[in-house]
Design a protein around this ligand. Sequence first.
Ligand code: F0G
Length: 476
Amino acid sequence: MIAQHGSRPISSFDDIAYQTSINPAHSTTYSVGETLTECPETGDLLDICYDWNKVPVPSSLREFEARWGTRRNPLDFSGVWRFRELLPFAPEDQVVTIGEGQTILQQANDVAKYVGVDSGNLYLQYEGLNPSGSFKDNGMTAATTHARMVGAKVAACASTGNTSASLAIYASTTGLLRVVVFVGSGKIAYGKLSQALDYGALTLQIEGDFDDALKQVVDVCREANIYLCNSVNPFRLEGQKSIMYRVLEGLNWEVPDWIVVPGGNLGNSSAFGKAFIELKELGLIDRIPRLAVINAAGANTLYQLYEQGVRWNGGSPDRDKIDTFYREMDEQNRRANTLASAIEINRPVNLLKCLRALEACDGVVREVNDAEVLDGKAIVGAGGFGCEPASGASVAGARLLRQQGVIAPSDRVVCILTGHQLKDPSATVGYHSPESDAALREKLAKAGVHDSAHKNSPVAVPNDFKRIMDAINRID
Ligand code: F0G
Protein backbone atom coordinates (compact mmCIF):
# COMPACT_ATOMS: atom_id res chain seq x y z
CA MET A 1 0.00 0.00 0.00
CA ILE A 2 1.13 3.50 -0.71
CA ALA A 3 1.18 5.68 2.37
CA GLN A 4 -1.11 8.67 1.89
CA HIS A 5 0.09 12.05 2.98
CA GLY A 6 -2.60 14.52 3.82
CA SER A 7 -2.80 18.15 2.89
CA ARG A 8 0.02 20.29 4.07
CA PRO A 9 0.80 23.97 3.73
CA ILE A 10 3.62 24.85 1.30
CA SER A 11 6.03 25.26 4.22
CA SER A 12 5.91 21.55 5.01
CA PHE A 13 6.58 20.71 1.35
CA ASP A 14 9.63 22.93 1.62
CA ASP A 15 11.30 20.09 3.56
CA ILE A 16 10.71 17.70 0.69
CA ALA A 17 10.88 19.73 -2.53
CA TYR A 18 13.01 22.65 -3.64
CA GLN A 19 14.16 24.37 -6.81
CA THR A 20 17.76 24.55 -7.92
CA SER A 21 19.80 25.45 -11.02
CA ILE A 22 20.49 22.63 -13.47
CA ASN A 23 24.10 23.80 -13.42
CA PRO A 24 25.79 21.29 -11.09
CA ALA A 25 28.36 23.92 -10.12
CA HIS A 26 25.64 25.94 -8.33
CA SER A 27 23.90 24.47 -5.33
CA THR A 28 21.75 27.34 -4.06
CA THR A 29 18.20 26.15 -3.47
CA TYR A 30 14.90 28.02 -3.72
CA SER A 31 11.58 27.25 -2.10
CA VAL A 32 8.77 25.67 -4.12
CA GLY A 33 6.75 28.64 -2.89
CA GLU A 34 8.74 30.89 -5.24
CA THR A 35 7.73 31.57 -8.83
CA LEU A 36 10.89 31.37 -10.90
CA THR A 37 11.60 30.49 -14.50
CA GLU A 38 15.37 30.72 -14.24
CA CYS A 39 17.97 30.55 -11.52
CA PRO A 40 18.26 34.08 -10.10
CA GLU A 41 22.03 33.62 -9.76
CA THR A 42 23.06 31.83 -12.94
CA GLY A 43 20.19 32.50 -15.32
CA ASP A 44 20.08 28.74 -16.01
CA LEU A 45 16.99 26.58 -16.12
CA LEU A 46 15.70 25.24 -12.82
CA ASP A 47 14.92 21.74 -11.64
CA ILE A 48 12.48 20.63 -8.99
CA CYS A 49 14.41 18.34 -6.66
CA TYR A 50 13.26 16.19 -3.78
CA ASP A 51 14.66 14.82 -0.56
CA TRP A 52 13.52 11.30 -1.38
CA ASN A 53 14.25 10.10 2.16
CA LYS A 54 11.25 12.11 3.30
CA VAL A 55 8.87 10.89 0.59
CA PRO A 56 6.80 7.70 0.97
CA VAL A 57 7.86 6.35 -2.40
CA PRO A 58 6.63 2.80 -3.03
CA SER A 59 9.20 0.06 -3.16
CA SER A 60 7.97 -1.10 -6.57
CA LEU A 61 6.16 0.66 -9.43
CA ARG A 62 3.55 -2.10 -9.34
CA GLU A 63 2.29 -0.71 -6.02
CA PHE A 64 0.76 2.20 -7.93
CA GLU A 65 -1.76 -0.29 -9.33
CA ALA A 66 -3.59 -0.10 -5.98
CA ARG A 67 -4.94 3.24 -7.19
CA TRP A 68 -6.75 1.70 -10.16
CA GLY A 69 -9.40 0.64 -7.66
CA THR A 70 -9.90 4.08 -6.11
CA ARG A 71 -10.68 6.10 -9.23
CA ARG A 72 -13.46 8.08 -7.52
CA ASN A 73 -10.70 10.08 -5.86
CA PRO A 74 -9.81 12.66 -8.57
CA LEU A 75 -6.12 12.39 -7.72
CA ASP A 76 -6.16 8.63 -8.23
CA PHE A 77 -8.18 9.05 -11.44
CA SER A 78 -5.60 11.44 -12.88
CA GLY A 79 -2.88 9.76 -14.96
CA VAL A 80 -0.47 12.29 -13.49
CA TRP A 81 -1.36 12.48 -9.79
CA ARG A 82 -1.85 8.79 -9.23
CA PHE A 83 1.96 8.85 -9.33
CA ARG A 84 2.09 11.80 -6.94
CA GLU A 85 4.89 10.36 -4.78
CA LEU A 86 7.13 10.81 -7.83
CA LEU A 87 6.34 14.54 -8.10
CA PRO A 88 5.74 15.45 -4.47
CA PHE A 89 5.73 19.23 -4.52
CA ALA A 90 2.06 19.99 -3.85
CA PRO A 91 -0.39 19.56 -0.98
CA GLU A 92 -3.22 17.34 -2.16
CA ASP A 93 -5.87 19.99 -1.56
CA GLN A 94 -4.08 22.35 -3.94
CA VAL A 95 -3.93 19.95 -6.90
CA VAL A 96 -5.70 21.20 -10.02
CA THR A 97 -6.83 18.22 -12.08
CA ILE A 98 -9.33 17.83 -14.90
CA GLY A 99 -8.86 14.09 -15.41
CA GLU A 100 -5.74 14.35 -17.57
CA GLY A 101 -3.57 11.40 -18.49
CA GLN A 102 -6.19 8.80 -19.47
CA THR A 103 -4.00 7.82 -22.39
CA ILE A 104 -3.35 4.55 -24.15
CA LEU A 105 -0.31 2.56 -25.17
CA GLN A 106 -1.23 0.71 -28.36
CA GLN A 107 0.72 -2.15 -29.87
CA ALA A 108 0.70 -1.16 -33.53
CA ASN A 109 1.77 -3.88 -35.92
CA ASP A 110 1.16 -1.97 -39.15
CA VAL A 111 3.40 0.77 -37.83
CA ALA A 112 5.96 -1.87 -36.76
CA LYS A 113 6.02 -3.10 -40.35
CA TYR A 114 6.47 0.44 -41.68
CA VAL A 115 9.25 1.20 -39.21
CA GLY A 116 10.88 -2.19 -39.84
CA VAL A 117 10.83 -3.73 -36.37
CA ASP A 118 9.47 -7.15 -35.49
CA SER A 119 5.72 -7.50 -35.16
CA GLY A 120 4.69 -6.82 -31.57
CA ASN A 121 7.63 -4.53 -30.87
CA LEU A 122 6.23 -1.13 -31.84
CA TYR A 123 4.02 0.79 -29.43
CA LEU A 124 2.28 4.12 -29.81
CA GLN A 125 1.64 6.24 -26.73
CA TYR A 126 -1.45 8.35 -27.54
CA GLU A 127 -1.08 11.59 -25.61
CA GLY A 128 -3.65 13.15 -27.93
CA LEU A 129 -6.29 11.47 -25.77
CA ASN A 130 -5.82 14.11 -23.06
CA PRO A 131 -8.70 16.56 -22.39
CA SER A 132 -7.28 19.30 -24.61
CA GLY A 133 -5.99 16.79 -27.16
CA SER A 134 -2.26 16.90 -26.47
CA PHE A 135 0.41 15.85 -23.99
CA LYS A 136 0.51 19.39 -22.64
CA ASP A 137 -2.21 18.60 -20.09
CA ASN A 138 0.27 16.42 -18.19
CA GLY A 139 2.37 19.50 -17.62
CA MET A 140 -0.43 22.02 -17.27
CA THR A 141 -2.03 20.18 -14.35
CA ALA A 142 1.29 20.54 -12.52
CA ALA A 143 1.88 24.18 -13.55
CA THR A 144 -1.63 25.29 -12.63
CA THR A 145 -1.32 23.44 -9.32
CA HIS A 146 1.79 25.45 -8.58
CA ALA A 147 0.06 28.62 -9.77
CA ARG A 148 -2.68 27.92 -7.25
CA MET A 149 -0.14 27.21 -4.48
CA VAL A 150 1.44 30.63 -5.00
CA GLY A 151 -1.90 32.41 -5.36
CA ALA A 152 -1.56 33.42 -9.02
CA LYS A 153 -4.68 34.83 -10.64
CA VAL A 154 -3.46 35.45 -14.20
CA ALA A 155 -1.38 33.04 -16.30
CA ALA A 156 0.13 33.29 -19.76
CA CYS A 157 2.02 31.29 -22.33
CA ALA A 158 3.42 31.54 -25.83
CA SER A 159 2.42 28.67 -28.02
CA THR A 160 2.50 26.90 -31.34
CA GLY A 161 -1.04 25.97 -30.32
CA ASN A 162 -1.21 23.09 -27.91
CA THR A 163 0.13 24.84 -24.84
CA SER A 164 -2.41 27.61 -25.34
CA ALA A 165 -5.27 25.10 -25.76
CA SER A 166 -4.16 23.31 -22.62
CA LEU A 167 -3.73 26.39 -20.44
CA ALA A 168 -7.05 27.73 -21.70
CA ILE A 169 -8.93 24.53 -20.83
CA TYR A 170 -7.50 24.43 -17.29
CA ALA A 171 -8.57 28.03 -16.81
CA SER A 172 -12.04 27.58 -18.26
CA THR A 173 -12.89 24.36 -16.45
CA THR A 174 -11.56 25.35 -13.03
CA GLY A 175 -12.27 29.10 -13.03
CA LEU A 176 -9.06 29.59 -11.04
CA LEU A 177 -7.14 31.71 -13.52
CA ARG A 178 -7.54 34.27 -16.25
CA VAL A 179 -5.43 33.47 -19.23
CA VAL A 180 -3.50 35.31 -21.95
CA VAL A 181 -2.00 33.29 -24.79
CA PHE A 182 0.54 34.53 -27.32
CA VAL A 183 0.54 32.84 -30.71
CA GLY A 184 2.48 33.57 -33.89
CA SER A 185 0.30 35.10 -36.55
CA GLY A 186 -0.75 32.45 -39.08
CA LYS A 187 1.54 29.96 -37.34
CA ILE A 188 -1.01 27.88 -35.49
CA ALA A 189 -3.21 25.04 -36.71
CA TYR A 190 -6.91 25.83 -36.72
CA GLY A 191 -8.00 23.13 -34.29
CA LYS A 192 -5.72 24.62 -31.65
CA LEU A 193 -6.64 28.24 -32.29
CA SER A 194 -10.31 27.28 -32.11
CA GLN A 195 -9.73 25.79 -28.65
CA ALA A 196 -8.06 28.88 -27.19
CA LEU A 197 -10.91 31.02 -28.54
CA ASP A 198 -13.66 28.67 -27.41
CA TYR A 199 -12.22 28.30 -23.90
CA GLY A 200 -12.22 32.06 -23.55
CA ALA A 201 -8.49 32.89 -23.42
CA LEU A 202 -7.38 36.38 -24.37
CA THR A 203 -5.55 35.39 -27.55
CA LEU A 204 -2.82 37.70 -28.82
CA GLN A 205 -1.70 37.00 -32.36
CA ILE A 206 1.83 38.37 -32.46
CA GLU A 207 3.26 39.45 -35.79
CA GLY A 208 6.04 36.89 -35.81
CA ASP A 209 6.61 33.26 -34.96
CA PHE A 210 6.77 31.18 -31.77
CA ASP A 211 10.31 32.25 -30.98
CA ASP A 212 9.20 35.90 -31.08
CA ALA A 213 6.07 35.18 -29.03
CA LEU A 214 8.02 33.33 -26.34
CA LYS A 215 10.49 36.17 -25.95
CA GLN A 216 7.62 38.63 -25.53
CA VAL A 217 5.66 36.55 -23.06
CA VAL A 218 8.68 36.06 -20.81
CA ASP A 219 9.20 39.84 -20.64
CA VAL A 220 5.49 40.54 -20.16
CA CYS A 221 5.16 38.01 -17.32
CA ARG A 222 8.19 39.46 -15.54
CA GLU A 223 6.91 43.03 -15.91
CA ALA A 224 3.27 42.35 -15.00
CA ASN A 225 3.83 39.56 -12.46
CA ILE A 226 1.85 37.08 -14.53
CA TYR A 227 2.35 33.35 -13.97
CA LEU A 228 4.25 31.84 -16.95
CA CYS A 229 3.15 28.39 -18.12
CA ASN A 230 5.70 27.61 -20.82
CA SER A 231 8.08 24.74 -20.27
CA VAL A 232 10.74 27.03 -18.74
CA ASN A 233 8.43 26.62 -15.76
CA PRO A 234 10.05 23.63 -14.02
CA PHE A 235 6.77 22.48 -12.44
CA ARG A 236 5.29 21.79 -15.86
CA LEU A 237 7.99 19.28 -16.64
CA GLU A 238 7.31 17.47 -13.36
CA GLY A 239 3.86 16.64 -14.71
CA GLN A 240 5.24 15.52 -18.06
CA LYS A 241 7.37 12.88 -16.33
CA SER A 242 4.15 10.92 -15.87
CA ILE A 243 3.99 10.11 -19.61
CA MET A 244 6.92 7.77 -18.99
CA TYR A 245 5.27 6.27 -15.88
CA ARG A 246 2.24 5.42 -17.99
CA VAL A 247 4.39 3.94 -20.75
CA LEU A 248 5.97 1.64 -18.15
CA GLU A 249 2.52 0.87 -16.75
CA GLY A 250 1.32 -0.04 -20.27
CA LEU A 251 4.29 -2.40 -20.63
CA ASN A 252 3.54 -4.12 -17.34
CA TRP A 253 6.38 -2.11 -15.76
CA GLU A 254 8.98 -3.41 -18.20
CA VAL A 255 11.46 -0.89 -19.60
CA PRO A 256 11.38 -0.58 -23.43
CA ASP A 257 14.56 -0.30 -25.49
CA TRP A 258 13.66 3.02 -27.11
CA ILE A 259 11.53 6.07 -26.47
CA VAL A 260 11.14 8.14 -29.64
CA VAL A 261 9.75 11.65 -29.30
CA PRO A 262 9.43 14.74 -31.50
CA GLY A 263 11.56 17.66 -30.33
CA GLY A 264 10.31 21.25 -30.37
CA ASN A 265 10.94 23.29 -27.25
CA LEU A 266 12.44 20.08 -25.81
CA GLY A 267 10.33 19.97 -22.67
CA ASN A 268 9.14 16.40 -23.13
CA SER A 269 12.56 14.93 -23.82
CA SER A 270 13.91 16.81 -20.77
CA ALA A 271 11.09 15.55 -18.56
CA PHE A 272 11.48 11.98 -19.80
CA GLY A 273 15.19 12.02 -19.00
CA LYS A 274 14.52 13.36 -15.49
CA ALA A 275 11.84 10.72 -14.93
CA PHE A 276 14.22 7.90 -15.79
CA ILE A 277 17.15 9.35 -13.85
CA GLU A 278 14.95 9.54 -10.75
CA LEU A 279 13.36 6.10 -11.21
CA LYS A 280 16.82 4.57 -11.52
CA GLU A 281 18.08 6.46 -8.48
CA LEU A 282 15.05 5.24 -6.50
CA GLY A 283 15.72 1.65 -7.57
CA LEU A 284 12.30 1.46 -9.31
CA ILE A 285 13.80 0.48 -12.69
CA ASP A 286 16.95 -1.49 -13.36
CA ARG A 287 17.94 0.20 -16.62
CA ILE A 288 17.20 3.36 -18.58
CA PRO A 289 15.79 3.14 -22.13
CA ARG A 290 17.50 4.95 -25.00
CA LEU A 291 15.98 8.23 -26.06
CA ALA A 292 15.64 9.42 -29.67
CA VAL A 293 14.66 13.06 -30.18
CA ILE A 294 13.40 13.85 -33.67
CA ASN A 295 13.53 17.36 -35.09
CA ALA A 296 11.73 18.55 -38.18
CA ALA A 297 14.39 19.37 -40.76
CA GLY A 298 13.04 22.92 -40.96
CA ALA A 299 13.45 23.46 -37.22
CA ASN A 300 16.55 21.50 -36.37
CA THR A 301 18.62 23.47 -33.86
CA LEU A 302 19.10 20.48 -31.56
CA TYR A 303 20.06 18.24 -34.48
CA GLN A 304 22.60 20.71 -35.79
CA LEU A 305 24.19 21.38 -32.42
CA TYR A 306 24.29 17.67 -31.62
CA GLU A 307 25.97 17.01 -34.98
CA GLN A 308 28.52 19.68 -34.06
CA GLY A 309 29.32 17.63 -30.98
CA VAL A 310 27.56 19.76 -28.38
CA ARG A 311 26.81 17.56 -25.35
CA TRP A 312 25.72 18.03 -21.75
CA ASN A 313 29.21 16.98 -20.83
CA GLY A 314 28.44 16.35 -17.17
CA GLY A 315 27.01 19.84 -16.79
CA SER A 316 29.63 21.77 -18.77
CA PRO A 317 28.20 22.03 -22.28
CA ASP A 318 30.08 24.08 -24.86
CA ARG A 319 28.12 27.30 -24.36
CA ASP A 320 30.32 29.24 -26.80
CA LYS A 321 29.35 26.89 -29.61
CA ILE A 322 25.68 27.33 -28.74
CA ASP A 323 25.98 31.13 -28.56
CA THR A 324 27.79 31.23 -31.91
CA PHE A 325 25.08 29.07 -33.47
CA TYR A 326 22.35 31.46 -32.31
CA ARG A 327 24.33 34.54 -33.30
CA GLU A 328 24.69 33.21 -36.84
CA MET A 329 21.04 32.25 -36.89
CA ASP A 330 20.12 35.84 -36.06
CA GLU A 331 22.60 37.34 -38.52
CA GLN A 332 21.20 35.20 -41.32
CA ASN A 333 17.63 35.69 -40.06
CA ARG A 334 17.05 31.92 -40.22
CA ARG A 335 13.46 31.13 -39.19
CA ALA A 336 11.92 27.79 -38.34
CA ASN A 337 9.79 26.44 -41.17
CA THR A 338 7.90 23.15 -41.16
CA LEU A 339 4.41 21.82 -41.78
CA ALA A 340 4.70 20.22 -38.33
CA SER A 341 3.75 23.60 -36.88
CA ALA A 342 3.80 22.31 -33.27
CA ILE A 343 7.58 21.94 -33.48
CA GLU A 344 8.30 24.97 -35.66
CA ILE A 345 10.79 26.30 -33.11
CA ASN A 346 14.38 27.44 -33.66
CA ARG A 347 15.28 28.46 -30.09
CA PRO A 348 14.34 25.51 -27.89
CA VAL A 349 14.35 26.83 -24.33
CA ASN A 350 15.05 23.43 -22.79
CA LEU A 351 18.10 22.73 -24.92
CA LEU A 352 20.45 22.12 -21.98
CA LYS A 353 18.00 19.96 -20.06
CA CYS A 354 17.48 17.91 -23.22
CA LEU A 355 21.24 17.45 -23.60
CA ARG A 356 21.30 16.19 -20.02
CA ALA A 357 18.50 13.73 -20.82
CA LEU A 358 20.33 12.55 -23.93
CA GLU A 359 23.44 11.89 -21.85
CA ALA A 360 21.50 9.94 -19.20
CA CYS A 361 19.58 7.94 -21.81
CA ASP A 362 22.44 7.25 -24.26
CA GLY A 363 20.35 9.26 -26.69
CA VAL A 364 20.42 10.11 -30.36
CA VAL A 365 19.03 13.02 -32.37
CA ARG A 366 17.75 12.89 -35.94
CA GLU A 367 15.93 15.18 -38.37
CA VAL A 368 13.15 14.19 -40.78
CA ASN A 369 11.64 16.21 -43.60
CA ASP A 370 7.98 17.21 -43.92
CA ALA A 371 7.15 14.48 -46.45
CA GLU A 372 8.50 11.86 -44.02
CA VAL A 373 6.56 13.46 -41.16
CA LEU A 374 3.27 13.36 -43.08
CA ASP A 375 3.87 9.81 -44.31
CA GLY A 376 4.50 8.73 -40.70
CA LYS A 377 1.31 10.48 -39.64
CA ALA A 378 -0.69 8.76 -42.42
CA ILE A 379 0.60 5.33 -41.37
CA VAL A 380 -0.48 6.02 -37.78
CA GLY A 381 -3.90 7.11 -39.01
CA ALA A 382 -4.34 4.06 -41.25
CA GLY A 383 -3.60 1.61 -38.41
CA GLY A 384 -4.71 3.41 -35.31
CA PHE A 385 -6.29 6.53 -33.85
CA GLY A 386 -4.25 9.05 -35.82
CA CYS A 387 -2.14 11.98 -34.69
CA GLU A 388 -1.16 15.50 -35.66
CA PRO A 389 1.82 16.15 -37.97
CA ALA A 390 4.49 16.78 -35.28
CA SER A 391 3.72 13.38 -33.76
CA GLY A 392 4.33 11.73 -37.12
CA ALA A 393 7.96 12.76 -36.66
CA SER A 394 8.44 10.08 -34.02
CA VAL A 395 7.34 7.30 -36.38
CA ALA A 396 9.41 8.79 -39.23
CA GLY A 397 12.38 9.08 -36.87
CA ALA A 398 12.04 5.49 -35.66
CA ARG A 399 11.96 4.33 -39.30
CA LEU A 400 15.09 6.30 -40.11
CA LEU A 401 16.92 4.91 -37.08
CA ARG A 402 15.91 1.40 -38.08
CA GLN A 403 17.16 2.00 -41.65
CA GLN A 404 20.44 3.25 -40.22
CA GLY A 405 20.73 0.11 -38.08
CA VAL A 406 20.66 2.11 -34.83
CA ILE A 407 17.36 0.51 -33.83
CA ALA A 408 17.41 -3.30 -34.23
CA PRO A 409 14.37 -5.26 -35.47
CA SER A 410 14.18 -7.01 -32.10
CA ASP A 411 14.16 -3.73 -30.12
CA ARG A 412 11.02 -2.72 -28.28
CA VAL A 413 10.21 0.81 -29.42
CA VAL A 414 7.69 3.32 -28.03
CA CYS A 415 6.81 6.29 -30.24
CA ILE A 416 5.20 9.17 -28.38
CA LEU A 417 2.23 10.63 -30.25
CA THR A 418 2.02 14.08 -28.79
CA GLY A 419 -1.17 15.50 -30.32
CA HIS A 420 -4.62 14.45 -31.52
CA GLN A 421 -5.47 13.81 -35.16
CA LEU A 422 -8.10 16.59 -35.19
CA LYS A 423 -5.67 19.33 -34.21
CA ASP A 424 -4.57 20.12 -37.73
CA PRO A 425 -7.24 19.08 -40.25
CA SER A 426 -5.74 21.24 -43.00
CA ALA A 427 -2.53 19.23 -43.02
CA THR A 428 -4.47 15.96 -43.11
CA VAL A 429 -6.88 17.00 -45.84
CA GLY A 430 -4.00 18.58 -47.77
CA TYR A 431 -2.06 15.32 -47.63
CA HIS A 432 -4.91 13.02 -48.66
CA SER A 433 -6.57 15.34 -51.10
CA PRO A 434 -4.06 17.90 -52.35
CA GLU A 435 -6.17 18.73 -55.39
CA SER A 436 -9.08 19.88 -53.21
CA ASP A 437 -7.55 23.21 -52.35
CA ALA A 438 -4.99 25.14 -54.40
CA ALA A 439 -3.62 27.01 -51.37
CA LEU A 440 -3.06 23.76 -49.46
CA ARG A 441 -1.46 22.15 -52.50
CA GLU A 442 0.92 25.05 -52.80
CA LYS A 443 1.79 24.95 -49.09
CA LEU A 444 2.60 21.24 -49.29
CA ALA A 445 4.62 21.66 -52.49
CA LYS A 446 6.67 24.42 -50.89
CA ALA A 447 7.46 22.02 -48.05
CA GLY A 448 8.64 19.40 -50.55
CA VAL A 449 5.52 17.23 -50.28
CA HIS A 450 4.68 16.62 -53.95
CA ASP A 451 3.10 13.24 -53.95
CA SER A 452 1.55 11.79 -50.83
CA ALA A 453 2.78 8.23 -50.67
CA HIS A 454 -0.04 7.00 -48.43
CA LYS A 455 -2.91 9.17 -49.50
CA ASN A 456 -6.57 8.19 -49.28
CA SER A 457 -8.35 10.72 -51.47
CA PRO A 458 -12.11 11.22 -51.39
CA VAL A 459 -13.93 9.84 -54.43
CA ALA A 460 -16.31 12.23 -56.18
CA VAL A 461 -19.55 10.49 -57.22
CA PRO A 462 -22.70 11.85 -58.84
CA ASN A 463 -25.90 11.88 -56.80
CA ASP A 464 -26.97 8.64 -58.44
CA PHE A 465 -27.65 5.26 -56.78
CA LYS A 466 -26.08 3.14 -59.53
CA ARG A 467 -22.91 5.24 -59.76
CA ILE A 468 -22.57 5.15 -55.95
CA MET A 469 -22.88 1.34 -56.05
CA ASP A 470 -20.29 1.19 -58.86
CA ALA A 471 -17.86 3.15 -56.69
CA ILE A 472 -18.45 0.84 -53.71
CA ASN A 473 -18.07 -2.28 -55.84
CA ARG A 474 -14.61 -1.13 -56.85
CA ILE A 475 -13.37 -1.74 -53.26
CA ASP A 476 -11.15 -4.82 -53.29
N1 F0G B 1 4.29 17.70 -30.42
C1 F0G B 1 3.27 18.54 -30.25
C2 F0G B 1 1.94 18.13 -30.74
C3 F0G B 1 3.49 19.80 -29.63
O1 F0G B 1 2.48 20.62 -29.46
C4 F0G B 1 4.79 20.14 -29.22
C5 F0G B 1 5.07 21.44 -28.61
C6 F0G B 1 5.79 19.21 -29.42
C7 F0G B 1 5.53 18.00 -30.01
C8 F0G B 1 7.18 19.49 -28.98
O2 F0G B 1 7.32 19.21 -27.63
O3 F0G B 1 8.35 21.30 -26.88
O4 F0G B 1 8.30 19.29 -25.43
O5 F0G B 1 9.75 19.36 -27.46
N2 F0G B 1 4.25 22.38 -28.61
C9 F0G B 1 4.46 23.64 -27.88
C10 F0G B 1 3.20 24.47 -27.89
C11 F0G B 1 5.69 24.35 -28.20
O6 F0G B 1 3.29 25.70 -27.79
O7 F0G B 1 2.12 23.90 -27.95
P1 F0G B 1 8.51 19.83 -26.80
